[in-house]
Design a protein around this ligand. Structure first.
Ligand SMILES: O=C(O)c1ccccc1N[C@@H]1O[C@H](COP(=O)(O)O)[C@@H](O)[C@H]1O
Length: 204
């Protein structure tokens, strides 16, 4: 089970992550209150444990900007949240970048569209549209392929997402208090994932 904590914007955030050891951390370069400047992002990447993978999050940006930032930061993955098509992703893949393609899903038909990206992206991430409060687990349950799930995950509701048996979970706003990453919330998520993994092993 991959755990990604997204939207780090302070060196304190990466120190918390080094203690908790999620598998991935995300740095936002798309419009967002969590957007970081390149140089702060570089400091965060340099401060992270080598075991944690770095992910840059983009949305409909010029591909040259994605390439420039990913190269400068030596990112392990780029995560694309917009309308980036097959050709856009292929171009990044041909250059050696690993890609997480996020697809906003609201209804069962959207799952079909998301599945097509499994052919080209390293991971497909199912997210709900920004601002929506739908229960994405009610849509994701129709997916018959490996996916990372995001969209409204909190320490209180994470079990519901884990029960879908995704390859990973991605959390941004649900691990914050007053706009800042909250160590206690992040720890609760890690504890629940560890508990889930123990149950998984016991049940074969
Ligand atoms: O976190 C952001 O601010 C953000 C902005 C623009 C694109 C993606 C963003 N984050 C990703 O959105 C999902 C869900 O986040 P949340 O947990 O519901 O807040 C996740 O994939 C983040 O990586």
């Amino acid at each position: 089970m991959i755990v990604k904590f997204c939207g780090l914007k302070r060196l304190d955030d990466v120190e918390m992550c080094n203690k908790l050891q999620p598998d991935m951390i995300g740095l936002i370069f798309a419009p967002s209150p969590r957007k970081v400047e390149k140089d702060l992002a570089k400091d965060i990447v340099l401060a992270k444990s080598p075991s944690i993978k770095s992910v840059g999050v983009f949305k409909d940006q010029n591909i040259s900007e994605v390439i420039e930032i990913a190269t400068y930061l030596q990112l392990d993955f780029v995560q694309l949240h917009g309308k980036e098509d097959y050709e856009y992703i292929k171009h990044l893949k041909d250059l050696g970048f690993r890609v997480i393609k996020a697809i906003e899903v609201e209804r069962q038909e959207d799952i079909k569209r998301a599945k097509r990206y499994t052919e080209i992206a390293d991971f497909v991430l199912l997210d709900r549209p920004k601002g929506s409060s739908i229960d994405i687990t009610e849509v994701a349950k129709f997916a018959d392929f490996a996916y990372i799930i995001a969209g409204g995950i909190t320490p209180e509701n994470v079990d519901k997402y884990l029960n879908l048996n995704p390859v990973g979970i991605d959390i941004s706003s649900g691990i914050e208090t007053d706009g800042f990453k909250d160590f206690a919330k992040m720890k609760k998520i890690i504890d629940k994932v560890n508990k889930y993994k123990v149950g998984e092993t016991k049940n074969g």
